[in-house]
Structures are given as C-alpha cells and as structure tokens.
Design a protein around this ligand. Sequence first.
Ligand SMILES: [Zn+2]
Length: 201
Amino acid sequence: MDIKQTVVIEGGFWGQLKLNTGETIRINSPEGSQVADFWALDANDTSKFLSTEHTRSTLEKLVPTVGDKLYSNFRQAMLTITADTSPGNHDLLMSACDPQRYELLGCTEYHRSCAENFCLAMNETGHVANELPSPFNIFQNVSVKNNIIAIESPNYNQGQYLEMRAESDLQIIVSACPMDIALTNGPDKKPKRIVLERFNT
Ligand SMILES: [Zn+2]
C-alpha cells in the first residue's frame, strides 16, 4: 500500500482531498467512537454529488456494505466500498448537524456543525455551496424500529476503518462531527480525530 496523502482532522473540524479514479480512501477513527460526515463531489462539476437518497434507491438498502457502490444524484457510481473493519453501522438517513439542530438541542451560543464545515470546505476550493447534500454518515449508529429512527452510541473499537475506491475523479469533504450533546460520538460526548489516507491498492 503506497500512501500518497494523509489528512488529520481534529474533532469537530473538517478536511478535504482530491481522489483520482481508481484511488482508495481509508477513513479511520484512531480514538474510536467518532462519526465522519462524508461528501463526494464530481471533481469537474460540483452539481454532481454523492446522493444518499439515490444510493438507497439504487441499492434498495438502508446501509451499504462491502462491495456496494455509492451513487450520485445522476445515479452514476462514484465510489465502491472495498473494506470495512467496523461492525458496519453507517447511516444514509440523517442530515448533517447544523446550527438549527444545536438550537433545538438548547444551545444559545455558536456551535460548530457539519453543515458549516461543508460550506467552509467548499469555500476553500473556490466553490459556492448552493445546496447541502445529505452526507454519508460513516460510523453513525442509527436504529430503525417500529417507524422510529434513533441515533445510538457507535459500537466499534479504536482504529477500525472503512475503505472506498473512487469510480471517477472526486473532491472529498469530511467533517469529524462536532456533536457533544447527543450520543452520536459515543457516551463521552467528545468529538475526536478522524484520519483520511489516500492510496493506490
Ligand atoms: Zn455533525
């Protein structure tokens, strides 16, 4: 494995990288129990992006697993999941956390959010975020029972990871979710680091 790039994202913050066709990205939470909100956009046309609703519809699954592809809003295959050493709890249902979410949870002061992190990342590359795609929430443990959706504490160990191979040239944005009120990032409610590695297999 020839690692070409490593991006370390502190808990609550964001990082991004370009992923060329055929390259693999590994998303790792070295300290355990940390959700990574993940966006993929066409590197040449950001109006084409990873769409959770189109992925659910195409796969006819709530949670993708190894071998599954993730699809764009035009149903193009953007990524293929090639490895997953976690228990496989990932989420295609929930929106990114945003300032309104924190207000609803009782925050009266500024709070970082995945929505803001996405916009900051887009601005860094000179793009305007005209819309906020719903992220692929890696390591997010969401249960669906009797028509009730609940975010539960992640149940995986330090160092477990997910790998995906790019099916086209992509801009990848990841937010190490800053949630410190709900159980999203574990019972300690402490945002932790996420590490991205880009390599050829
Ligand atoms: Zn978040």
